[in-house]
Design a protein around this ligand. Structure first.
Ligand code: ATP
Length: 240
């Protein structure tokens, strides 16, 4: 089995009296595309925020290890230094900067100018829409294009692990298909990905393994293809 990149054990998160996560165990291994699916409010985003240390004040128990070390970083710049990149829900691109400037921001911990330029060109081939609009302000892009830019920017730090929170949220069906194509392509390039998604079908079709989360707990896990064909998953999450 390949090296463990991320291991979450017994994670519990409570916002005041609300128990959002009630003992989650989850693992992502090198090169895998793992998806965490589940309905609205299941606790998926809270789990991701616990991993990145970006939760608001609340009670957290359990352990999270990244590359075998406990992860207790509290600020996102430290995460980038550790090559852990997160694309949050709502994307967070710098709207008043051009696409190229956004990509350069993603590489701010790097000093290899030639490598940075080569990476910009590499990701422009995966995201051709960004290349066409390189000098345009990010705020003028469509939602799907901003999602692509946020992913490309995250990839500029050469992440060991890429966390994606609901990349398909709010996008048109065509753009959702396109985003998933890109996620598969990024995964093919060897990047390890943890993908949180409500679109269970597309997420399981793209992933190697999956976890189903319901009311704060993991209710099912396994090979993504087996899960796609599991009648319980089909009934609850695939509308079949
Ligand atoms: P969604 O797809 O809607 O983002 P999710 O599976 O990511 O859903 P979370 O956002 O993690 O779910 O929410 C889990 C539970 O925690 C929900 O009941 C939510 O209302 C609650 N919750 C989330 N953030 C907070 C907060 N800052 N304060 C209080 N309760 C919160």
């Amino acid at each position: 089995m390949s090296e463990s990149i991320l291991k979450v054990s017994g994670l519990k998160v409570a916002y005041g009296g609300i128990k959002a996560v009630k003992g989650v165990d989850l693992e992502v291994r090198k090169g895998e595309l793992v998806t965490l699916i589940g309905a609205n409010g299941a606790g998926k985003t809270t789990t991701l925020k616990a991993i990145t240390g970006t939760l608001p004040a609340c009670r957290v128990e359990g352990s999270i290890s990244y590359l075998g070390q406990p992860l207790n970083s509290k600020q996102s710049f430290k995460l980038v230094e550790q090559k852990l990149a997160m694309v949050p829900e709502g994307r967070g691109v710098f709207t008043r900067m051009s696409i190229r400037e956004n990509l350069l921001m993603g590489a701010y911990t790097r000093r290899d100018q030639a490598g940075i330029e080569a990476d910009i060109e590499k990701w422009y081939t995966v995201f051709p829409r960004l290349k066409e609009r390189s000098a345009q302000m990010a705020g003028t892009l469509s939602g799907g294009e901003q999602q692509m830019l946020a992913m490309a920017r995250a990839l500029m730090c050469h992440p060991t692990l890429l966390l994606l929170d609901e990349p398909s949220m709010g996008l048109s069906p065509i753009m959702v298909e396109k985003i998933f194509e890109v996620i598969r392509e990024v995964s093919k390039q060897g990047i390890t990905i943890l993908l949180v998604e409500q679109n269970a079908k597309l997420a399981l079709q793209a992933a190697d393994r999956g976890y189903v989360m319901d009311s704060g707990t993991i209710t099912m896990t396994g090979n993504a293809d087996d899960m796609l064909h599991d009648p319980r998953v089909q009934a609850a999450y695939l509308g079949e």
